[in-house]
Structures are given as structure tokens and as C-alpha cells.
Design a binder for this molecule. Structure first.
Ligand code: PEP
Ligand code: MG
Length: 589
């Protein structure tokens, strides 16, 4: 029995058998092919290529209808790759020149192209290696006339896919009904595979280093995303325990559904807005299905992570769609927060030493003003129902905010000139995610309509801990006294200036911090959809006044461990009776 840990990306518990996916998954050996034989192979191969294009178009249409336009764009890119002369044509040419079988020549051509992409310094282009591999596998599958993973025919909810990385198209194909869980060696919670896994509600843990070399096909695997564990070859006792745990967890999740139509209000009557964070357009439906108060953060970056940037028209359509689906509830559209760890190949930004401290978020938008203004015009055009708010990320000071607002002013003027209708009173807010912004939040509060605290970055920048570096993750602590002071300061400054303060970082949806967040007097918590009902359950079970006292008394401690003990004590008292397995060994880690 071996236990691995990674980054839990989609909650739940899965028990099943391993299906490791390695490389193209095909074992193709060098084989000589005579002229006539080769020409016959090439005819079949070209048929496979055509079939692949048809399949990709079909997947694209399915994704477009069931998930969203921008998610489907990835398959446009795949179709382009199939047509790329450096792939198919080159493979045919190589096969003829070397008199080798077409499948061998194709595999070699594919592998060398993949290697070229993998060695590129640009993260976005590096990612394209996976797309290429995905397309190549599909062509080979069609040529060889075999299933990509024959084991997957039919319903196999007991299969756990273990891959170095998994392509979005494989993820769509595997789908919810067909696989039980997903484990990948690379990727963060924002990787395509993680996003798709969440959409499909498949328990997933990504970033599990070196697991592929430890797992054999059919090994029994447990994926417990709730406690961040991948267990290979568990003993009988562990399997039994997990079978029971899984049954109980499913019952627990089901039991939360009855809270959908209840208000997020404490026992002593304090109403806290509970909203969702969304990355994919189709997640807008979840506002209604989870009974959320709105969308507290729409991360628009994903609209731009495609080969061709979406036009103003296309963006406006997307924003309008969300606005209509959730109306009369509100959506906070965050302008593109590209840069940092998010690919930006459309802009010629030189490689940076410290991308998280570089041209990211609002800085990039102010540098590429046309791109920024196009997004702002699209948001404004979609704002006729008056339920859209605009939020700028990565604001570090007043000057930057004023520049961003000036571009918004220009966007408004241009729309007026065109005679386009929009919400002229649209609310404008900022993320408080850079320490300088929190420190001057009294000044910033006089120039915006709302704040939203982005703890993911606020913690990284305040404590100087890279949020994606697992080696120093022990320092990444949301309850460091410096973080608590900055949150409190931001809330106070916002309220003193009469504006609401939300939190949309991951901390906002973590049950262990719920008492702290309620007591900190945040007006809105914007959380991952799957965390929403649990947070509602906690809010409804506690008293605001008590939470305030707990927070107040936490300020007497100057050490992280003492603060942690303090909250743990109250968490035990309030949460262990109402949350799944709370406080039990191994859970909620
Ligand atoms: C944050 O920084 O907390 C946040 C919500 O934004 P992102 O995670 O997209 O940087
Ligand atoms: Mg952020």
C-alpha cells in the first residue's frame, strides 16, 4: 500500500482500478514497407485522418452546446493541427523516403514535433505539446482501427485514469459516466484537465509527482480528494473503510441539497451573501442549481486561452448569456488577469524572471490597452440588464485604478458614439490581493463601489510564498496574523466608506475558516460551487455575534500555531457535529 498526495482539484472519493495512460499508448515498432504496401497504407491512413477531422468537429459541436463556445475552441486548434503539413504530410513523406510503415513514420514525426513544443520556453506553447499528442493518438487510433482505451468501452465508473497529463478532448470523451476518478502527475487546479474534471464532477487530484512509475494497469486505487490521498494497492481493511466512507459521503452531499433554497443567514439574523466563482461559461447554470446569490467572480482569462482571441462581439455574447441566465442575480466580471502562471502567447511579453511580480493582471491590460478596451466594451454591451459589475484584478495603488477607470471611460464614450445602449451606472470594484492595496484600502474605498479580497494572491504576496510551489507550501498560511490584519483592515475601511466587501479567494470556501470569515464581517463569500452548500450549512448553524467574539479574541495571539489552536477549538465545537467527518483523522487536511 502506497499513499501519494497532490493538489485536490475536484472533490469526492473514488475506488477503482488503475488505467495508466502513457505516451501515445501505442507500441509501434519500426517496420519496413515496400512501395505498393506503403501506398495502400497511405490511402488507409488518409482515411483515418479524415475520420479524425469529422470526430473532432463532432466533439467540438457537443462541447459548444453542452459546455461553452470558448471551451470548444480548443478543438478548432486540434483540427488545425490535423491539417498541419508538418504532421501528416511530413509523416507520409518520411515513410516514402525511408520505406517504413506509415504508423511508424507518423509516430516518429509526432514525437519529434511534441518534443519541439515541450522545449519551448513559452508555457502556452509548451501546453500545445499535449494537444498535439492528443490529435496524434486519435489519428493512430483510427488508423489502427482500435479503441484508444479498449478497456473503457461501456460504463466503467470503477476506472481511475492515471496520466502524466490528460487532454481536454480525452477528458470529455471519458466523461462522468465512464470513469471514476482522475490522477495526473502535472498541472494545477487551473489546468484544463482539472477544470473539465470539476465540470464533470469526477474526483480528481493533480500534481501527483512520479505516480505513473509506481502504478501498474489494474492496480486497486483509492482517490480521496477530500483528504488529498491517492492510495495504490490498499489493504483490505482500508478498502472496506473507504467503501463505507464513500457511501456516507454520497449521502452527506445529497443531504446538503435541501439547503439549496434556504438563505445563508446566521442564527442571530446576519445575512451573508454566498456566491460562486466560475471559470467556464456553463457553470452559470450552477447559480440556480446551487441556490447561489450570484457570481462573485467570473475569471475571464479562460476566454483568451485559445489560438485566436475572441472578438468584442463574441465576448459580449458570452457575458450576455451569463447575465441572462442568472438574472436578476448579479455577476462580477473580472477583467482579464493574464500573466503570472496564465499563458499569454498572444502578447509579445519577454520571458520574465518573476512572472507573478511582472506584467500580470491590470498591468498587462494597461500595456495592451486595445485588448483591455475591447473587453470593457464587450462587458458594457452585455450590461443592459444592469446585473453586471466590473472588477479589476491586481490593483496596487490609486494611480493604476484611475488609469483603468480612464480606459473604462473611453470604452463608454466609444459605445455612446456608436449609439450602443449599456448600464451607465455600472458598478466598478477591485480585487484586494496585493498588500499595498489592503494597506491603502481606506483611500481606494473612496474611488470604487466594492472590494473583493483575493486571498490566493494576498497570501502569496504578503508572505512571499509562491502559491504554486509545493516546496514552501507549509508557509502558505491564511491565518498568519499579517493576513488576518489585512483582511480586517480592508473590511473596516470598506465599511467605513459605505462599500461592501467580499472575499473570493479559495479561503472563502474553506469550512475550517468559516467562523473566522463570518466574524470578520465579510458581506459576501464567493466560493467554488461545490463548497457553497457546506458553507451555507455552517452559516445557518452559528451566531454572528459569537463568531465576532472568536475573531476578536484571536487577535491576542501573535503566533500562527496559537491562532490555529484557537480556531480549531471552536471549529471542533461548531463544525464536528454538522460537517462530513470533520476533525476525524485524515479528513479535512
Ligand atoms: C485570488 O487571488 O484570491 C483570486 C481569487 O484570484 P486568482 O486565484 O484568479 O488569482
Ligand atoms: Mg488573484
Amino acid at each position: 500500500m502506497k499513499v501519494f498526495r497532490g493538489i485536490p482539484s475536484s472533490s469526492g472519493i473514488a475506488i477503482g482500478h488503475a488505467l495508466p495512460l502513457k505516451g501515445t499508448g501505442f507500441n509501434i515498432k519500426r517496420a519496413h514497407a515496400g512501395e505498393k504496401e506503403l501506398e495502400e497504407q497511405i490511402v488507409l491512413f488518409q482515411k483515418a485522418v479524415e475520420k479524425t477531422k469529422r470526430e473532432l468537429k463532432k466533439i467540438k459541436n457537443t462541447v459548444r452546446h453542452e459546455i461553452g463556445i470558448e471551451e470548444s475552441a480548443i478543438f478548432d486548434a486540434h483540427i488545425l493541427l490535423v491539417n498541419d503539413p508538418n504532421l501528416v504530410e511530413k509523416a507520409i513523406k518520411n515513410a516514402r523516403e525511408e520505406s517504413v510503415s506509415i504508423d511508424y513514420a507518423f509516430t516518429e514525426t509526432l514525437n519529434s514535433l511534441v518534443q519541439i513544443f515541450e522545449n519551448m520556453p513559452d508555457e502556452y506553447l509548451k501546453e500545445r505539446a499535449n494537444d498535439l499528442l492528443d490529435v496524434g493518438k486519435r489519428i493512430l487510433k483510427n488508423y489502427l482501427g482500435i479503441q484508444m482505451a479498449p478497456e473503457l468501452a461501456g460504463d466503467h465508473t470503477d476506472l481511475i485514469i492515471i496520466a502524466h497529463n490528460i487532454s481536454p478532448s480525452d477528458m470529455v470523451e471519458l466523461g462522468k459516466k465512464r470513469i471514476g476518478g482522475l490522477v495526473t502527475e502535472v498541472g494545477g487546479t487551473t489546468s484544463h484537465a482539472a477544470i473539465m474534471a470539476r465540470s464533470l464532477e469526477v474526483p480528481a487530484i493533480v500534481g501527483v509527482s512520479n505516480i505513473l512509475s509506481e502504478v501498474r494497469p489494474d492496480d486497486l486505487i483509492i482517490v480521496d480528494s477530500n483528504s488529498n490521498r491517492v492510495i495504490i494497492d490498499p489493504d483490505e481493511e482500508t478498502v472496506k473503510a473507504y467503501q463505507t466512507l464513500r457511501r456516507e459521503y454520497v449521502r452527506y452531499i445529497k443531504s446538503l441539497e435541501k439547503l439549496r433554497n434556504e438563505e445563508a443567514v446566521t442564527r442571530d439574523g446576519k445575512r451573508i451573501k454566498l456566491e460562486i466563482n466560475m471559470e467556464l461559461v456553463n457553470e452559470a447554470d450552477l447559480v440556480n442549481s446551487y441556490g447561489a446569490d450570484g457570481v462573485g467572480l467570473f475569471r475571464t482569462e479562460y476566454l483568451f486561452m485559445r489560438n485566436i482571441l475572441p472578438t468584442e462581439e463574441e465576448q459580449a455574447e458570452t457575458y450576455q448569456y451569463i447575465s441572462q441566465i442568472i438574472y436578476p442575480k448579479e455577476v462580477v466580471i473580472r477583467t482579464a488577469d493574464l500573466g503570472g502562471d496564465k499563458f499569454i502567447s498572444h502578447f509579445e511579453v519577454p520571458k520574465e524572471m518573476n512572472p507573478f511580480l511582472g506584467l500580470r493582471g491590470i498591468r498587462l491590460c494597461l500595456e495592451y490597452k486595445d485588448f483591455f478596451k475591447t473587453q470593457l466594451k464587450a462587458i458594457l454591451r452585455a450590461s443592459k440588464l444592469k446585473n453586471i459589475r466590473i472588477m479589476f484584478p491586481m490593483i496596487s495603488g490609486v494611480d493604476e485604478l484611475r488609469q483603468a477607470k480612464a480606459v473604462l471611460g473611453e470604452a463608454m464614450d466609444e459605445l455612446k458614439e456608436r449609439g450602443t445602449e449599456f448600464d451607465e451606472e455600472i458598478k466598478v470594484g477591485i480585487m484586494i490581493e496585493i498588500p499595498s492595496a489592503a494597506v491603502i484600502s481606506d483611500i481606494l474605498a473612496t474611488e470604487v463601489d466594492f472590494f473583493s479580497i483575493g486571498t490566493n494572491d494576498l497570501i502569496q504576496y504578503t508572505l512571499a510564498v509562491d502559491r504554486v510551489n509545493e516546496k514552501i507550501s507549509y508557509l502558505y498560511n491564511p491565518i498568519h496574523p499579517a493576513i488576518l490584519r489585512l483582511i480586517k483592515m480592508t473590511v473596516n475601511n470598506g465599511h467605513q466608506n459605505g462599500i461592501p466587501v467580499a472575499m473570493c479567494g479559495q479561503m472563502a470556501g474553506m469550512a475550517e475558516y468559516a467562523l473566522l470569515l463570518i466574524g470578520m464581517d465579510l458581506d459576501t463569500l464567493s466560493v467554488a460551487p461545490s463548497n457553497l452548500l457546506e458553507m451555507k450549512k455552517i452559516i445557518r448553524a452559528v451566531e454572528y455575534d459569537k463568531c465576532k467574539q472568536i475573531v476578536q479574541s484571536s487577535f491576542q495571539f501573535n503566533d500562527v500555531h496559537l491562532i490555529s489552536d484557537h480556531f480549531q477549538r471552536y471549529n471542533k465545537e461548531y463544525l464536528s457535529g454538522i460537517l462530513f467527518n470533520y476533525g476525524k483523522e485524515g479528513a479535512n487536511e
